[in-house]
Design a binder for this molecule. Structure first.
Ligand code: HEM
Length: 400
C-alpha cells in the first residue's frame, strides 16, 4: 500500500524510481492524505509541466511553514526569489538574470578550465580520487564564489552550511535537522553581512558589489533581499551542479557502452549532459501551492493545497521518454524538466551546463579505465536532491 510507504529508507534514497513508477501507475496526480506531507504528489511528465506553466500555482510555501523558533530560516527563505510572491519575484529575478546569460557565463570559461585542470593535476598521479570532494565540489563552489565575489578559498565552509541549510526545505526535516539548519543559517548570514560591509566600503567588480549598487539605487533591493539573494545564489549555484557532475561520472562508469560512445565521439557531450540531467535529476522534488481552486485533468486542487512535483519521476515517465529507464547519451530531443520550467526556470542553467561539460570533457581527455571502488556509490538521505555523498574511483592517467 502506497500510503504506508516510508520515504526514509536507504533503498528509496539509492533508487527512488520504482516508487515513482508505482505512484504514477496508480495516478500521476495522486492525492495523499496519509503520507507525512499531505497534498498532491505529481509523478507524470505532462501533469508536472501543466502545473509549472500555470501561474496560479505559487512557489511560496504555505504560512506558517516554520514556527517562531526558526524565524531566521523563514525570513531568509521568504526573501529569496525562489519562494517570494510573484510580484517580488519579477523584480528580484530581473536584478540578476543579466549576470547569467549564456554570453556572460561564457566569460567564466577560462576560470572553469583552469580550475578543472588544476584539480585533475592534483589527482592524476595518484590514480584515485573521491569525485565529490576532490573534483565536483571544489569546481562548482569555486566558480560561484568567484562570480559572487567571495574569497574562493572559503569554499570549504560552504559544504557543511549548504548540506545543513537544504535540509530545512526537505521532506526529511525534523526538529533536529531544523535546529542544525537554524545554526547554519545564522552562520551564512553573518558571513555575508561581513562581506557586504567590506564591499560597501570598497566595491569590486563582482556580483555582490553590483547588487549593493542596486540596493543603494532607488531602493530596488532591501537588505534582507540582498542577503537572501547571496545565499540563494551560493547554495543553488553549487549544490545541484556538484550532484550533476558526480552523478554524470558515476553514470558513465555504470554504463560502459555509453562511456565508450562518448570517448569515440566527444561531440556527444552536449546531448550526454542533457541525458544525465534527465536520468539522475539533481533537483528531484519541488513544490507549489494553489492560489485558488484549480482543476488539472480530473483533479480538483483546492486553494492553499500543496503540490509536490517529482521532477525525477517526470523525467523517467515512459509516456514521454522512450526507454525512459535507459541512459542514452544520444537522446535528442530531450525536453527534460531538470531545470524546472516557466517562471522559476533555473537561472543558472547555462552555467551548470558549461561547468559539467568542461568537467566531463577534460576528465575523459586525461584519464582512462575509470572504475568505481564502491560499485553502489552512496546517495545522501534527502528527498529533494539526488546527491552522491561520495564516490571513490580509480583510473589510469594518459601520459603527458
Ligand atoms: C531554480 C535546478 C544550477 C540558480 C532552479 C529550479 C530548478 C533548478 C529545478 C526551479 C525550482 C522551482 O521551480 O521551484 C538546477 C540544477 C542545476 C542548477 C539541476 C545544476 C545542474 C544552478 C546554478 C545556479 C542556479 C549553477 C547559479 C546561479 C538558480 C536560481 C533559481 C534556480 C537563482 C531560482 C530561479 C527563480 O526563482 O526564478 N534550479 N539548478 N542553479 N536556480 Fe538552479
Amino acid at each position: 500500500n502506497i500510503e504506508s510507504f516510508s520515504f526514509n529508507t536507504s533503498e528509496f534514497f539509492q533508487n527512488p524510481y520504482p516508487f515513482y513508477e508505482e505512484m504514477r501507475s496508480i495516478n500521476p496526480i495522486y492525492k495523499s492524505t496519509l503520507l507525512k506531507y499531505q497534498g498532491w504528489y505529481i509523478t507524470g511528465y505532462e501533469e508536472t509541466l501543466k502545473v509549472l506553466k500555470d501561474s496560479r500555482f505559487h512557489s511560496r510555501p504555505p504560512i506558517p511553514a516554520f514556527s517562531r523558533n526558526y524565524e531566521n530560516i523563514r525570513r531568509i527563505q521568504e526573501n529569496m526569489m525562489l519562494f517570494t510572491t510573484p510580484q517580488h519575484h519579477r523584480r528580484l529575478r530581473s536584478l540578476v538574470t543579466k549576470f547569467f546569460t549564456p554570453n556572460i557565463v561564457n566569460e567564466c570559461r577560462p576560470f572553469i578550465e583552469e580550475t578543472v585542470d588544476e584539480l585533475i593535476d592534483q589527482v592524476s598521479c595518484r590514480g584515485t580520487m573521491e569525485v565529490v570532494s576532490d573534483y565536483a565540489f571544489p569546481l562548482a563552489s569555486s566558480v560561484i564564489a568567484k562570480i559572487l565575489g567571495v574569497p574562493v578559498k572559503d569554499y570549504s565552509l560552504f559544504k557543511e552550511w549548504t548540506a545543513t541549510f537544504i535540509q530545512s526545505i526537505d521532506f526529511t526535516r525534523s526538529p533536529k535537522t531544523l535546529g542544525n539548519s537554524r545554526k547554519a543559517t545564522e552562520e551564512i548570514i553573518a558571513y555575508f553581512k561581513k562581506i557586504i560591509r567590506e564591499r560597501e566600503q570598497e566595491p569590486k567588480e563582482d556580483l555582490i558589489s553590483k547588487l549593493i549598487q542596486e540596493k543603494q539605487r532607488e531602493e530596488k533591493l532591501s537588505y534582507d533581499e540582498l542577503i537572501a539573494t547571496c545565499v540563494l545564489l551560493l547554495i543553488a549555484g553549487h549544490e545541484t551542479t556538484v550532484n550533476l557532475i558526480s552523478s554524470s561520472i558515476f553514470l558513465l562508469i555504470q554504463n560502459p557502452r555509453q562511456l565508450e560512445k562518448l570517448q569515440d565521439d566527444p561531440e556527444l557531450i552536449t546531448t550526454a549532459i542533457e541525458e544525465f540531467l534527465r536520468f539522475e535529476s539533481p533537483a528531484q522534488l519541488i513544490a507549489r501551492t494553489a492560489s485558488e481552486d484549480i482543476i488539472i485533468n480530473e483533479a480538483v486542487i483546492r486553494k492553499g493545497e500543496q503540490v509536490y512535483l517529482f521532477l525525477g519521476a517526470a523525467n523517467r515517465d515512459s509516456r514521454k521518454f522512450r526507454n525512459s529507464h535507459q541512459l542514452e547519451i544520444t537522446r535528442n530531443p530531450n525536453p527534460h524538466l531538470a531545470f524546472g520550467h516557466s517562471r522559476h526556470f533555473c537561472l543558472g542553467s547555462s552555467l551548470a551546463r558549461l561547468e559539467a561539460k568542461i568537467a566531463i570533457e577534460r576528465l575523459l581527455q586525461n584519464v582512462q579505465n575509470l572504475q568505481a571502488v564502491d560499485g553502489n556509490g552512496h546517495y545522501r538521505k534527502i528527498i529533494g536532491f539526488k546527491s552522491l555523498v561520495e564516490l571513490h574511483v580509480t583510473f589510469d592517467s594518459y601520459p603527458d
